[in-house]
Design a protein around this ligand. Sequence first.
Ligand code: NAD
Ligand code: IPM
Ligand code: MN
Length: 352
Amino acid sequence: MKVAVMPGDGIGPEVTREAVRVLEALDLPGLTLLEGDVGGIAYQRHGHPLPAETLEIARAADAILFGAVGDPACDALERSLRPEQAILGLRSELGLFANLRPATMFPGLEALSALKSEIAARIDLLIVRELNGDVYFGEKAIETLPDGRRRGRDLMSYAEDEVRRIAHVAFRAAQGRRKRLCSVDKANVLETSQLWRDVVVEVAAEYPDVALEHMYVDNAAMQLVRDPGRFDVVVTGNLFGDILSDQASMCVGSIGLLASAALGERQTAHGTFGLYEPIHGSAPDIAGKGLANPMATILSAAMMLRHSFGREDEAARIETAVSRALADGVRGHDLGGAAGTATIGEAVLERL
Ligand code: NAD
Ligand code: IPM
Ligand code: MN
């Protein structure tokens, strides 16, 4: 059970520390932690946000526990050297195309949702976000036109096999849940989305037990706050999934609560190789102040035990400990409380 720990920038190291404490408290036989530099800190130390050594550590591991990358001081660097390239590079280099972003209401937290409690209470959804394609990885440029005007462009594209493989992941996930899948696109405007929709319909023939619906992304953003309980599994492209998952976090109560898994095809001894990270970023506004909520990262570690190590019992123990801490009133600053990063970590450990 080799875990590459990559804390990164800003609150990344603060939240990762608490997740590592939780993992260590489980005393799992064979758990080995390796550490790799990513993001702005890696650029400072090695001149690149994703140094070759780090990629090697990632490849040698069975799973990666990732904090966050991003540093405003690096925003003026050329794009290939910016911290965000570390996470994009790991996802693409390691073929981690399937991003699972669950959003479930925690009992007792309903009143802290940005939505009305009775609407928030019904949230139990899973966003399956494609992670290796879309406008993220298409040709991009800022160029000067012959008449002197500058133009920015980013090519949006999906090949059918890329859509097919994420669709299979989503249909299988739906089979293990309430058997409802909503595919989100913008097929009324975008050819990329039209192909997406056509391929999802083709794949649906193999899953007659799953009820498939299609929804335009603007409507999906609206339905997510009108009645999030209507969603079971949502499958969508890289860009729409990025945006909708941040939105889903506030429906639950805070971005400090949402975990994620990025999975590919590579199998390990006890599961699937994956990268696990909170959906939030490096939060430079609160970095270094001990204010970050580590629960999203702790819950990501639980997803790691489940998907990469086949340790369902321990994964559920972590999730129950987080849920109990919330039910007992442990609240970070993001939830209007006063508990700091380490206090929240301890509260989870006590309940573990
Ligand atoms: P962000 O998610 O870092 O922060 C958004 C807001 O949420 C901030 O006010 C922040 O304080 C708050 N927040 C986030 N996580 C929190 C937590 N655990 N506890 C309490 N509050 C929390 O998004 P941003 O400000 O748009 O981006 C900051 C940097 O992070 C940028 O450089 C961005 O590119 C990067 N980023 C990285 C990742 C990643 O590493 N996967 C994800 C998103 C953003
Ligand atoms: C996320 C982040 C990343 C993304 C950025 C930092 C590249 O927002 O993981 O949600 O857009 O995928
Ligand atoms: Mn994001």
